[in-house]
Unconditional design. Structure first.
Length: 169
C-alpha cells in the first residue's frame, strides 16, 4: 500500500520536475538568445527584461534540481569513508539522508517565512517586469516539501528494499 502511494507520488514529482525545468530553461534560452540576436543585429533595440528572466530561471532550476538530485541519488554524501570501511556504509547513508531531511525541513520553515514576508511587502516586485517576488520565494517551501517526501521514499528504498544509497542492489 505504502509502496504504491510512494510510486504515484514519485511519478507526479517526476512529471513536475521534468516539465517545469524543461519549460523554464526553454523560456530563459529563448529570451537570452533573442536579446543577443537583437543586440548584435540592431543598434538600438534591446530586450531589457531578458536578464531578469534568466536570473529567475537559474533560481528555479537550482531548487527544483535539488529535488531531482535526491531522486537520482546524486546529493552530496559521505563517499570515501565507506570505501575504506564498508561497515560504515549504512550508518553514513542514514546520516546523509537524515541531514537532507533536516535541510528540507529548514527550507520549508524558512522558505514559508520568506514567502509570507514578500507577500506582505507590496513593494517587493522584480525590477523590470514588476512580478511580485513572493511567487519566486514560494519555490523554497515547495522544494522543501518535495525534497522531504523524496528523501522518505529514498530511505524506504534503501532500508526496506535493501538498495544501496547509490540506487544499486
Amino acid at each position: 500500500m505504502l509502496k504504491k502511494i510512494f510510486r504515484q507520488v514519485d511519478r507526479v514529482f517526476l512529471f513536475f520536475e521534468e516539465w517545469s525545468l524543461f519549460v523554464a530553461v526553454c523560456v530563459a534560452l529563448l529570451a537570452a538568445m533573442a536579446n543577443v540576436v537583437l543586440r548584435k543585429t540592431t543598434s538600438d533595440f534591446n530586450i531589457y527584461w531578458s536578464d531578469e528572466i534568466v536570473r529567475k530561471v537559474i533560481f528555479f532550476t537550482t531548487y527544483i534540481g535539488c529535488v531531482a538530485a535526491v531522486r537520482s541519488r546524486e546529493m552530496i554524501c559521505i563517499d570515501a569513508l565507506p570505501q575504506m570501511a564498508p561497515g560504515l556504509k549504512k550508518p553514513l547513508a542514514l546520516f546523509s539522508q537524515f541531514t537532507v531531511l533536516i535541510f528540507s525541513g529548514a527550507m520549508v520553515y524558512l522558505g514559508w517565512q520568506m514567502t509570507v514576508m514578500m507577500f506582505e511587502d507590496e513593494y517587493a516586485k522584480t525590477a523590470t517586469l514588476q512580478i511580485p517576488e513572493f511567487y519566486f520565494y514560494a519555490i523554497l517551501p515547495l522544494m522543501g516539501c518535495m525534497m522531504f517526501i523524496r528523501t522518505l521514499i529514498t530511505i524506504r528504498e534503501t532500508w526496506i528494499n535493501k538498495r544501496d544509497i547509490t540506487g544499486e542492489n
